[in-house]
Write a protein that binds this ligand. Structure first.
Ligand SMILES: *Cc1c(COP(=O)(O)O)cnc(C)c1O
Length: 394
């Protein structure tokens, strides 16, 4: 099997697995308990917090554990919005192709009286910092721009946007779920106030993540309960998953350059091969994209059919984001970069992991080419395109 869906989730790395098993066997206490087993669990928790903070150049007190990226996104936006409202500011800037954890929270905030501006991400899938600057006004309390997009992999100029926000005294949040452990992140140099991360996107377990909140940014709890996480999140901490997250992050961060060079080479080989399929197009900027991300549109086919045939051939891919699979609407990300509905329906996302080889890439190219040809030969839409009844768009 070739697993090429790392943007959806990654397998657990041995380091994370070991840390988790050790924790479940040996330090299973409740970290809020005052006795020895409790205090040993507390040590594991605080060591994980320190390791994670060090990697992103934060202070351990600025790391708040959550159940994952979605919760961190919700908590970041709600906290910044409330802080803004208290100062009489009710304008929020974001982008049209954020993850649904951000977009759906913004929709709710809009219903609660906030004014939302979604920045254009252009055909290349990149936000322009000058457009963010133009969108800011005296009422802006928050700018939220993801570090890299989960579907098309484009990497946003977050440092430039962060600096702008810092100058204007506006809170800057970035969803770094796709980049933490894959690209360098320095919350100081990048001028980040709030950052969301998720363990299962960097070879840690599902159900663990964190919110980085710069000291002085008021964070509100989404879950009321005990005094865990300094009263910012009720509920006994999932110590094993948190230990696994820290172990996974340490592991990937130590080898980032090497893995990134390999993935970039494999990505570019795959892009070259898929480009040779007629009436196809790469989605998003070819260079400013995640090392392992390849996203294509093929005219005249349904992405869902393509990925089911690929699954039969032992290749795991995705069409649009995992969250929209199963719905008939084309991906909001592809629509945001200007793909029309018919074209957006024929999308394929391949997100590579470090174990990928040249032979794997060549097999993917061969299978995608065969399957696209096969599906086109059965497609009435393709017949119309080929006979000239409908114009080709790619
Ligand atoms: C996966 C993902 C999330 C959600 O993270 P979970 O831990 O699955 O809740 C949020 N944002 C982006 C960009 C993602 O890729």
């Amino acid at each position: 099997m070739i697993y090429a869906d790392h943007a959806a989730t990654t397998p657990l790395c041995p380091q994370a697995r070991e840390a988790m098993i050790r924790c479940m066997d040996e330090t299973w206490g409740n970290p809020s308990s005052l006795h020895t087993p409790g205090q040993r669990a507390r040590e594991v928790l605080e060591e994980a917090r320190g390791d994670i903070a060090g990697i992103i150049h934060a202070d351990p007190r600025e790391i708040l554990f959550t159940s994952g990226g979605s919760e961190a996104d919700n908590q970041a936006l709600r906290s910044a919005a409330l802080a803004g409202r208290k100062k009489g500011k009710n304008h929020i800037i974001s982008t049209a192709f954020e993850h649904h954890a951000v977009l759906h929270t913004l929709k709710k905030l809009e219903q609660e009286g906030f004014r939302i501006t979604l920045l254009d991400v252009h055909e290349d899938g990149l936000v322009r910092p000058e457009e963010a600057e133009r969108a800011m006004d005296g009422e802006t309390c928050l700018v939220s721009v993801m570090h890299a997009n989960n579907e098309i992999g484009t990497i946003q100029p977050i440092r430039a946007i962060g600096k702008l926000c810092r100058e204007k005294g506006v809170i800057f949040h970035t969803d770094a779920v796709q980049t933490l452990g894959h690209l360098p992140i320095d919350v100081e140099a990048d001028c980040i106030d709030l950052l969301s991360a998720s363990a299962h996107k960097f070879y840690g377990p599902r159900g663990a993540g964190f919110l980085y909140a710069r000291r002085g940014i008021p964070v509100i709890p989404l879950i009321e309960g005990g005094a865990q996480e300094k009263g910012k999140r009720g509920g006994t901490e999932n110590v094993a998953a948190i230990a696994g997250m820290a172990a996974a992050l340490k592991n990937v961060s130590g080898r980032m350059d090497q893995v990134s060079a390999h993935l970039t080479a494999m990505r570019d080989r795959l892009i070259r091969g898929l480009k040779e399929i007629p009436h196809s197009a790469l989605n998003g900027d070819p260079i400013r994209r995640l090392p392992g991300n390849v996203s294509f549109c093929f005219e005249g086919i349904e992405g869902e059919s393509l990925l089911l045939y690929l699954d039969d051939a032992g290749i795991c891919a995705s069409s649009g984001s995992a969250c929209t699979s199963g719905s008939l609407d084309p991906s909001h990300v592809l629509l945001a970069i200007g793909r029309v509905h018919d074209v957006a329906h024929g999308s394929l996302r391949l997100t590579l992991g470090e174990e990928i080889t040249e032979a794997d890439v060549d097999r993917i190219i061969l299978k995608v080419r065969e399957t696209v040809t096969f599906l086109r030969n059965m497609s009435p839409l393709w017949r119309d395109l080929e006979s000239g009844k409908k114009p080709h768009l790619l």
